[in-house]
Design a binder for this molecule. Structure first.
Ligand SMILES: Cc1cc2nc3c(=O)[nH]c(=O)nc-3n(C[C@H](O)[C@H](O)[C@H](O)COP(=O)(O)OP(=O)(O)OC[C@H]3O[C@@H](n4cnc5c(N)ncnc54)[C@H](O)[C@@H]3O)c2cc1C
Length: 396
């Protein structure tokens, strides 16, 4: 009997995993560490057709396309010279949907509500601290508040710093700091309407900056700062907003309009160190399996982390539906997914490395080579976007 699932984490993968399991006859309850839903938290992220097509299987895309910026990307060098374009004009015809940037809170909220509407229970304030797989056919999750839950299988959808992963593997690989910090936020700048149509990414003199105008006229922006030493959480939380703003203004001092204006107008700036998990040899143990960032976090530079997490949900549900045991299902899931995600993790690292510019000499060659690099990367994306999971086909 594998009909009762525990899902840890109600971010991007969690609610869709629960919906996919319901489709194959398994009831799931989601346990989320946050004390309550917060649909305004976080910055924004890109979702491409391979991720959007999974969402569209469970809720109409119109429900999330209420507040967005375009997915088309135009690249500039520090002199504001256009150096490349990733166009999504034909994505709808080719893949059925078109890359967009969405606020994380809006996406999380829509996925969570879709799960709730389907009758899935979500329990908040449930931070997983340990797991037990002692008894046949069951797994027990223990939470920080002293409560526990029992199921026949458990899926860890608890993100890059996954507690499920640490509980499963004593020597679990820790996420690797990639040498970049990401900052970003939302702001209003009157008079920027002529820049609508694409997200504009600038390889600035000392730092990388991207911004776009949303359908509601808001400016969404992010920057990447090269910082070789990993900052501690307390270092980041003690960083005053005013000091961060000054740092960003100094980094972008020589970069084109309106970068400094956007930073100057920012009300609240988020800051995150960028991590990835280059390779986790085993994604499952016993009745527990990891998906999404918990298994294979990728740096955000090719905008694929969320879409990969979404792809995982439907592939894993099909494996569980079609294979005779959980062990076979989890093994098959990992073998079907690992090569694809590893390739993207490596690609994202490569793009991230191009954002670091230690000196003028390297900057000169970077600007010379970037147009070719951008063109090559854009060409390489078809295999990423065209990925579609066919529910009807059987996994053998
Ligand atoms: C700055 C930045 C920019 C990004 N940009 C993009 C982008 O443009 N495109 C893209 O596709 N991806 C992007 N990503 C990556 C993307 O956010 C992740 O790949 C995606 O959120 C992974 O989904 P997930 O469900 O695996 O994890 P998450 O969405 O992180 O969800 C994990 C959930 O688990 C909960 N949780 C954590 N620990 C516990 C616990 N112990 N017990 C219970 N619950 C727990 C968390 O509160 C959270 O709700 C970006 C990431 C960052 C940091």
């Amino acid at each position: 009997m594998n009909n009762k699932a525990i899902i840890i984490g109600c971010g991007i993968a969690g609610p869709v995993m629960a919906l996919a399991l319901k489709r194959v006859g398994i009831d799931a309850t989601i346990y989320e560490a946050q004390p309550m839903p917060n649909d305004t938290k976080g910055a924004f992220l890109g979702i491409s057709p391979n991720g959007l097509n999974v969402i569209n299987d469970f809720l109409p895309l119109q429900e999330i396309l209420t507040d967005y910026t375009p997915g088309k990307i135009s690249f500039f060098n520090a002199q504001n010279k256009p150096i490349g374009l990733i166009d999504n004009a034909h994505q709808k015809d080719l893949y059925g949907s078109e890359t967009v940037q969405l606020k994380r809170g809006l996406l999380n909220g829509a996925l969570r509500k879709a799960a709730e509407q389907a009758g899935i229970t979500i329990k908040f304030g449930k931070r997983l601290i340990s797991l037990s797989q002692g008894h046949e056919n069951t797994v027990t999750a223990f939470f920080e508040d002293g409560s526990q839950a029992e199921g026949n299988l458990l899926i860890g959808c608890d993100g890059i710093h996954s507690a499920t992963r640490s509980c499963l593997f004593q020597d679990a690989i820790k996420p690797t700091y990639t040498g970049l910090l990401s900052t970003g936020g939302f702001t209003m700048i009157p008079g920027l309407s002529n820049l609508a149509g694409s997200i504009r990414m600038t390889f600035g003199q000392r730092s990388f900056f991207a911004y776009a105008l949303s359908n509601k006229g808001e400016v969404w922006w992010f920057n990447n700062i090269s910082q070789p030493d990993e900052p501690s959480q307390s270092e980041l939380s003690q960083l005053e907003q005013a000091a961060l703003k000054e740092k960003l203004l100094a980094l972008h001092k020589h970069d084109p309009y309106p970068i400094a204006d956007i930073i100057q107008a920012a009300q609240s700036i988020e800051i995150y160190p960028v991590y990835d998990i280059p390779f986790l040899p085993q994604w499952h143990k016993g009745r527990v399996c990891l998906i999404g960032d918990a298994a294979h976090a990728t740096a955000p530079h090719i905008g694929q982390g969320a879409s990969l997490a979404l792809e995982d949900t439907v592939v894993l549900a099909k494996c569980i539906r079609d294979l005779p045991s959980l062990t076979e299902a989890f093994n098959r899931f990992q073998s079907l997914r690992q090569e694809r995600v590893q390739t993207m993790i490596r690609q994202a690292r490569k793009v991230g490395d191009s954002k670091t510019v230690p000196n003028a000499f390297q900057r000169f060659f970077r600007d010379l080579l970037l147009p070719f690099f951008v063109k090559m990367e854009a060409k390489k994306m078809d295999w990423v976007y065209s990925y579609k999971v066919d529910w009807e086909s059987k996994i053998t």
